[in-house]
Structure formats: structure tokens, C-alpha cells
Design a protein around this ligand. Structure first.
Ligand SMILES: C[S@@+](CC[C@H](N)C(=O)[O-])C[C@H]1O[C@@H](n2cnc3c(N)ncnc32)[C@H](O)[C@@H]1O
Length: 489
């Protein structure tokens, strides 16, 4: 199962890259792309050169980075690396740190992927450490090729994980990050070993790393334990320590050690992307409560309860079509003053994420009458009043949508147009409702609502995300949809 939907909410790869566009725009990627009879463009994920082309192309397209990686070194998957950087952003925000951020990347690899993305995307100053001479050479060249020497420094270390780095560059740092070697032996690395031991399918992707990069004596438990012990001696010189974790079973002994060294707080997270899950562990000796990081920032997959299903009944007077049902849903969202966003629109599926700030579906008639009464006496907000919450003017919306149409994305263009216009409309309306004091800024219900078409029927699927109204609110919304969805207006 692909876990892209559980990626960090700000991860741009939640929407998988469009391989067709990449092949059109980037000749190096095109060399590895093939098109099947249905027109779908793909690459051979078992081919290391194709994986490298994908990584370098995404770094170029999405971060303006020109990165070179030798075929015998680890080829980073960009969505996973971005998940980790976004989590560091969240941790820094909990620590109230936004400017002049200084970080350390332990074991930067030949790609120097974390420091170059961090510098380019966030202008963070990064110290990148490495023990492998060939990786140091490539990492240094990657920094130079992208003119990032003012922000990224690559240094050689011999043995320690942090002490040598901090001795050579004795500053106060905001954070350190680390993608450790996950395995303790080469056997453990063997795909058949892993597949058999964990009763899992064989890996889909080629193995693209050197053994030294991913295997260390004692595996990641020893490696990260060393990091924790070194962090104890450095104390608050680095505000937030962190590491990626490759195996879930590694977390309990590490958390036990964190308690033993008496950290002030620690936080664990999940990084989900493609078919892989990794974990993140962060800790601090400073007066920072890392547990304050809002859970809504990370939609953890185990927290998602089973969705509710409803088969939309046929009514003679209303066309039984996906488009009709989803348009009707949008009308209902607007009527109920939901904040909504269309997140997927393909031939047999339309998905929305909705946010309600109050129960607007119970006792509808009474509420409608009350709203009418208040709106008649309340301030009328003019089109150009200062309550606009999206920065696009009307003409910008149309230009953007026309651009999308030009790019053959008519569907998305129309959706964007609808979304932005509805958004502006909705927010004005909500401001009015705020004046009435009915709606709080707290989320009452956030959920995903999907409309699916199969050969025989159209179904709704409602998945609860969060909200003070709890799952009960979602059951009520479903009941409301059952009562109103196929009503003839
Ligand atoms: C799994 S790779 C991660 C590479 C890169 N950060 C990435 O995410 O693609 C681990 C890296 O740590 C390096 N390494 C191992 N021990 C180290 C140490 N004590 N200090 C710095 N780097 C080390 C290895 O040479 C290897 O490049």
C-alpha cells in the first residue's frame, strides 16, 4: 500500500511527481522513461541509473539543485529526505527558532542531500560531516556546484558522531540530524533475508548504496546510542538532537536510554512515503517541550480509524453520475460553511478534505433563519473589503486557471478556480458568522470525504481526521448527507 497520503502535510510529494512532465522537461530523466500502451510513463525502479535520474531530476525541478552522485553511493529518495527536513522545521517552531538557524548533518553522504536542501529551501547554515573520503569529495563538489559554500561546510571526521564536529566548529547549534546506517550485518541487508524474516514482499527498488553506508557494527541501536551518549556531554550546545530510525524495534531501547540520560523532553514521529515507513526521534536538554509539536502536523496512519461507507441510492429524478454527486457534495459543503479542498480528481474518484468549525448540520432550519436575521442587520462585506485570505486577485485566479488549462490540466484548472472562488466567498461568510460569535477557530471536524464510482454504484467514504466533535460529528455529517445528497432541489 502506498503511504503517500500519510506524508508530512507540507510535503510536496504527497501528490506524486508527474513522470510524463518530468520526461518532457528533463532529457536525463527521459532517457530512463518508458510509456506503456495506456500512455502511462514510468521508470524501471530496479535500475540504479533510473533511480539516480529520478532523484537528481526532483532535486533540480523542486529545489533548483544540481546534484551529482556516483553510482556506488547511496541515492537518496527525495520525499523521505523532505519529510525529515519538514519535521525539523516543526521542531524548531516548537523551540521558537526561525532566524539564523544552524544545523549539523551527521554522515551527509556523497549527495549532501540534507544540507543542500536545507540551505536552498530555508537558508539554514549547515555543517555536514562525513567519514568516507569519496563521499566527502562529492559532497564538497555538490556544495560548490550550487554556490552554497556560504551556507554549507563539509568536514571530515574520523570516529565520533558529534564531538569532532563541534570541536572543529565550536558554535551553538539549533539542531543536528542523522540518517544512520540501519543494519548491523550484510546478511541483514540482503533483501531475501529481510523479506523472509519479516514475511514481506521483496523490495521493489534496486539496492543503491555501498555496504559501508548502511551497515555499522551494532546496527542503528549502537549508532544512535552513541549519538545519545555524546549528546549528553554536549548538553544544550545543540538545542535539538535528532535521528532517523530505520526499524521500529529500535525505538524502545533508544527511548529507555533517553530517559536514563535524563533528557528534558523527547518526541518520536513516523515518516511515511511510497511503500516505506521510517521513524524520527528527537530529544533535548534545553528547556523545550518537544511533545508540544501539534499532532495535526503529522497524520499518523495508525491513528486513522476505519472509514464510514455509504452507497449512494439511485433516484429517478437525479442523474446517477460521479460528477453530479460530487457537485452536489460541494453545494452541501458550502451550505454547511465547511472549509473544503478537492485533493484528488480522477475518472472514478473525487476526494475532499473538509474542515468544520462548528456543528452547522444539526437543526438546520432554525440556524438558517437565525443566520438570515443576523446577516440582514450585520455589516455587509464588500468585494474589496479587507478580509481576503488568499492573495490572488480575481484576475490572478483566472490567469492561473487559464495557465493550467493551457497545460492540459483543465480539470485542475476548473477545480482551482472553483476552490479559490469558493474559498474567498466562504471566508467572507465565515467572518460574518464570527461576528455572530457562533463559530470558533477550533476545528470541530476535519475529515476526508471521497466519492467513488464502481461499475455498479457510487459510494461515499468518510474518514475522520480530528476535531472536538469527535467521530460522532462525522456520523452526523453522514446522516445529513444521506438525507440531503440526492434530494431534488
Ligand atoms: C545511511 S548514509 C546517509 C547518507 C545521507 N545522509 C542520506 O541520507 O542520503 C550514512 C552515512 O554516514 C556516514 N558515517 C558513518 N559513520 C559516521 C561518522 N562517525 N561520522 C560521520 N559520518 C559517518 C557514512 O559514510 C554514510 O555516508
Amino acid at each position: 500500500m502506498s503511504m503517500n497520503q500519510y506524508m508530512h502535510p507540507r510535503n510536496i510529494y504527497k501528490q506524486p511527481p508527474n513522470f510524463k512532465q518530468l520526461a518532457i522537461q528533463y532529457p536525463d530523466f527521459r532517457k530512463h522513461a518508458t510509456q506503456d500502451l495506456s500512455g502511462k510513463v514510468t521508470i524501471d525502479f530496479k535500475n540504479v541509473e533510473a533511480l539516480r535520474a529520478l532523484t537528481c531530476t526532483l532535486l533540480k525541478k523542486d529545489f533548483g539543485l544540481d546534484i551529482q552522485i556516483p553510482l556506488n553511493k547511496l541515492i537518496p529518495t527525495v520525499p523521505l529526505r523532505l519529510n525529515y527536513i519538514l519535521w525539523i522545521e516543526d521542531l524548531l517552531s516548537v523551540a521558537d527558532r526561525t532566524d539564523n538557524i544552524k544545523g549539523i548533518d551527521i554522515g551527509t553522504g556523497a549527495s549532501c542531500v540534507y544540507p543542500t536542501i536545507a540551505a536552498k529551501k530555508n537558508q539554514w547554515t549547515m555543517l555536514a560531516t562525513e567519514i568516507d573520503p569519496e563521499s566527502i569529495k562529492f559532497a564538497t563538489e555538490n556544495v560548490k556546484r550550487n554556490s552554497l559554500q556560504n551556507l554549507v561546510t563539509v568536514i571530515q571526521v574520523k570516529d565520533t558522531l558529534l564531538n569532532e564536529a563541534v570541536d572543529q566548529h565550536p558554535h551553538e547549534y539549533d539542531f543536528c540530524m542523522c540518517n544512520p546506517p540501519f543494519f548491523s550485518t550484510t546478511q541483514e541487508l540482503h533483501p531475501f533475508f529481510k523479506a523472509r524474516k519479516q514475511n514481506r514482499p521483496h523490495p521493489r527498488n534496486a539496492f543503491c548504496a555501498s555496504v559501508d553506508e548502511v551497515v555499522a557494527k551494532g546496527g542503528e541501536v549502537d549508532y544512535i546510542s552513541r549519538l545519545i551518549n555524546e549528546s549528553k556531554t554536549l548538553d544544550t550546545q545543540i538545542k535539538i538532537y535528532s535521528s532517523m530510525v530505520g526499524h521500529k524495534s529500535t525505538l524502545p531501547p533508544l527511548k529507555k536510554l533517553l530517559r536514563e540520560v535524563e533528557v528534558v523532553s523527547f518526541k518520536q514521529t513516523e515518516f511515511c512515503q511510497g511503500h516505506t515507513t521510517r521513524w524520527g526521534l528527537a530529544w533535548t536538554f534545553a528547556d523545550i517541550d518537544l511533545t508540544k509539536i501539534p499532532d495535526s502536523l503529522v497524520v499518523a496512519k495508525h491513528k486513522l480509524p476505519k472509514p464510514l461507507y455509504y452507497e449512494v441510492p439511485k433516484r429517478d429524478e437525479v442523474p446517477y453520475k460521479l460528477a453530479t454527486v460530487s457537485e452536489r457534495l460541494v453545494e452541501i459543503f458550502r451550505g454547511l460553511q465547511f472549509d473544503y479542498q478537492e485533493i484528488k480528481h480522477v475518472s472514478n474518484l473525487v476526494e475532499f478534505v473538509i474542515t468544520a468549525f462548528a456543528d452547522t448540520w444539526s437543526h438546520q432550519r432554525r440556524k438558517r433563519r437565525e443566520r438570515l436575521r443576523v446577516s440582514e442587520s450585520s455589516v455587509t462585506l464588500s468585494e474589496d473589503s479587507n478580509c481576503d485570505n488568499n492573495n490572488l486577485s480575481g484576475s490572478d485566479i483566472h490567469k492561473t486557471c487559464d495557465k493550467l488549462a493551457e497545460l492540459n490540466c483543465e480539470e485542475s484548472g476548473a477545480a482551482l478556480k472553483r476552490g479559490l472562488e469558493d474559498d474567498g466567498f466562504y471566508k467572507k461568510k465565515r467572518l460574518k458568522t464570527d461576528l455572530e460569535g457562533n463559530i470558533s477557530s477550533k476545528v470541530y471536524l476535519k475529515a476526508k470525504i471521497g466519492v467513488m464510482k464502481t461499475d455498479s454504484c457510487i459510494g461515499l467514504e468518510l474518514t475522520f481526521f480530528e476535531g472536538t466533535g469527535k467521530k460522532e460529528a462525522m456520523h452526523q455529517v453522514l446522516q445529513y448527507l444521506k438525507n440531503n445528497l440526492m434530494k431534488k432541489e
